[in-house]
Design a binder for this molecule. Structure first.
Ligand SMILES: C[S@@+](CC[C@H](N)C(=O)[O-])C[C@H]1O[C@@H](n2cnc3c(N)ncnc32)[C@H](O)[C@@H]1O
Length: 251
């Protein structure tokens, strides 16, 4: 796995800080007497924020974002778009992705094949307890609940809209609970199997949590994202994007 640059803040906050600092810098320059045509200010904002991003070693696509954002904002001001377009787009994105922004985990769904193979990993223990950490739209939970009426399942999801969809989807199943909140606040002691499909970012911390909280004999399953330096006991390829797999650790 490639080594990841350690930054004290999530890239999103650093990127916003770059834009804000560039804006303040240009404001100070204007106050000091600098005069530019309107497009000149936009280009200066794009260049300055990208330079700050470069200095903070933000990944390449954030630099592109810095270059494009002020120009797109300038373009949209010339279009005379109604204000609700911006508010609506921002709210929709926040409702779907807001919960995963700082933990750097977007929403995507496990394939049917992954759900079926996950079901095959459930221990036969009657009344077993399973948690989906970041349950998204609830696909895996709804599938497991249908197959194992005896199991007690919990899904925790930090984004409002996916959480609502998961709750509605699992409503007919009496053995599933869906909770809006952070996976970091869920104690893992009581679960026979903890499943996560997140991103590389939270894996080291999540593994430390699983190691310290899960009982001996329980199972930790990660969809596609490895734990650095901790080879899984079992790897099960699943349909989906290239490299999709379930990795299983016996605790
Ligand atoms: C890749 S999706 C996985 C969905 C589902 N578990 C599956 O396998 O199909 C990851 C989900 O985790 C959620 N998430 C990210 N950070 C979280 C956190 N700290 N606490 C709870 N959920 C989180 C995201 O909002 C996203 O819906």
């Amino acid at each position: 796995m490639p080594s990841r640059t350690h930054r004290p803040w999530p890239p999103l906050l650093l990127a916003v800080a770059c834009q804000a600092l560039a804006f303040l810098g240009l404001l100070a320059a204007a106050w000091a007497g600098l005069r530019l045509p309107p497009w000149g200010w936009l280009v200066a904002q794009a260049g300055l924020s990208a330079a700050l991003g470069l200095a903070w070693r933000l990944p390449g696509w954030w630099l592109l974002w810095h270059l494009l954002l002020p120009l797109a904002a300038g373009w949209s001001l010339t279009r005379d778009l109604p204000g609700w377009v911006f508010g609506g787009a921002f709210s929709a994105l926040a409702l779907v992705y807001g919960g995963g922004l700082l933990s750097r985990v977007p929403l995507y769904n496990a394939s049917r094949d992954a759900r079926e193979k996950l079901a095959g990993l459930l221990p036969g223990t009657p009344g077993l307890r399973v948690v989906d950490l970041g349950c998204g739209l609830g696909g895996p939970l709804a599938h497991l609940a249908r197959l194992r009426a005896d199991a007690r399942l919990l899904g925790v999801e930090s984004s409002l809209l996916p959480c609502l969809v998961a709750w509605l989807r699992c409503l007919p199943r009496r053995n599933v609970r869906i909770r809006l909140g952070s996976l970091w606040s869920v104690p893992l002691q009581d679960f026979d199997l903890a499943y996560a499909f997140l991103s590389p970012e939270p894996m080291p911390r999540l593994w430390a949590k699983a190691r310290s909280e899960m009982r001996p004999g329980s199972r930790f399953v990660s969809h596609s994202f490895e734990v650095p330096g901790e080879p899984p006991g079992q790897v099960i390829p699943v349909a989906g994007r290239p490299g999709a797999r379930l990795m299983v650790w016996e605790m």
